[in-house]
Design a protein around this ligand. Structure first.
Ligand SMILES: C[S@@+](CC[C@H](N)C(=O)[O-])C[C@H]1O[C@@H](n2cnc3c(N)ncnc32)[C@H](O)[C@@H]1O
Length: 264
């Protein structure tokens, strides 16, 4: 598969942001289909908060397996499951293109993973062989709406998409899930959008403070430097712009995601 650099890395600011995700805020489209006793594979499970939430929903007779390429984040997810007292979930280091070969599941789920893969169609094809239902949701960064949209925050949006492309992924993956699933051979693809909206003081702090930190300290900083997309001074201006947005009571943003439920 084409080599891909994981754009966000696993800096503490990134892992903390991902760990705030739940089925309700990141996989609501799938929630009505999750039943007690199901076996679910969560590919690219990251810190595992959605995975653990799925495990609660399938109950003691069900089983959920999270697979991620990063041993560091798998260790984090195992500790989170232990702390939550959820014991019908396991986390393994593995590859999205060939997760748990030979095992079958009721559902393969992936949240914000296909945007990072150089060959998303091949990954979807592998998941199709593992389950009757593949559920995937991904972001469309170019469609992120920020108010007030300063030149620095507009530049942030451009940089995220540009860096993702340089790293071999696709920052607008959410808009392409349907076409990728069709190319992977699924007989039926249901699709729609879901959003995150950050506007309350808590919501603005969550997104704005996180990105103020990520702009200067995470793999976003390293990647934009390495690819010559932005220098330290520009990243510092972007971090300042996110802090100002967090403090602005008029601050509002919508993050658009596309999702698919693919069968057959
Ligand atoms: C944006 S995070 C999403 C984590 C989690 N699904 C969530 O939404 O909280 C993407 C995850 O995919 C993992 N990943 C990227 N490429 C992968 C690959 N080829 N195989 C397995 N995991 C991969 C990364 O390590 C990262 O933890």
């Amino acid at each position: 598969m084409p080599p891909v650099t994981y754009t966000h890395g696993h800096h503490s600011s990134v892992v903390a942001a991902h760990a705030a995700r739940t089925v309700e805020n990141s996989a609501a489209y799938l929630a009505p289909l999750v039943e007690p006793g199901m076996r679910i594979l969560d590919v690219g499970s990251g810190p595992g908060s959605i995975t653990i939430d799925l495990a609660r929903r399938v109950g003691p007779t069900g089983r959920v397996v999270g697979v991620d390429a990063s041993a560091e984040v798998v260790a984090h997810a195992r500790a989170a499951a232990l702390a939550a007292g959820v014991d019908n979930v396991v986390f393994e280091v593995g590859d999205a293109y060939d997760p748990l070969p030979g095992e079958r599941f009721d559902v393969v789920h992936a949240h914000q993973v296909l945007q990072h893969l150089g060959d998303p169609v091949a990954a979807l094809g592998a998941w199709r062989d593992r389950a009757g239902l593949v559920a995937a949701r991904d972001i469309i960064y170019s469609a992120t709406v920020v108010h007030p949209l300063t030149p620095e925050l507009q530049r942030w949006r451009e940089l995220v998409v540009a860096l993702q492309a340089r790293n071999g992924g696709d920052g607008d993956a959410g808009a392409k899930l349907k076409s990728w699933a069709r190319a992977a051979g699924f007989a039926s693809v249901e699709t729609d959008v879901e959003t995150w909206c950050f506007e309350s003081p808590r919501g603005r702090a969550f997104w704005g403070d996180q990105w103020a930190e990520r702009a200067v300290h995470s793999a976003f900083a390293d990647g934009t430097e390495r690819h010559g997309l932005a220098d330290a001074a520009e990243r510092a201006r972007i971090a300042d712009a996110w802090r100002a947005w967090t403090a602005d009571e008029d601050g509002w943003m919508a993050v658009l995601h596309g999702w698919i439920l693919a069968r057959g």
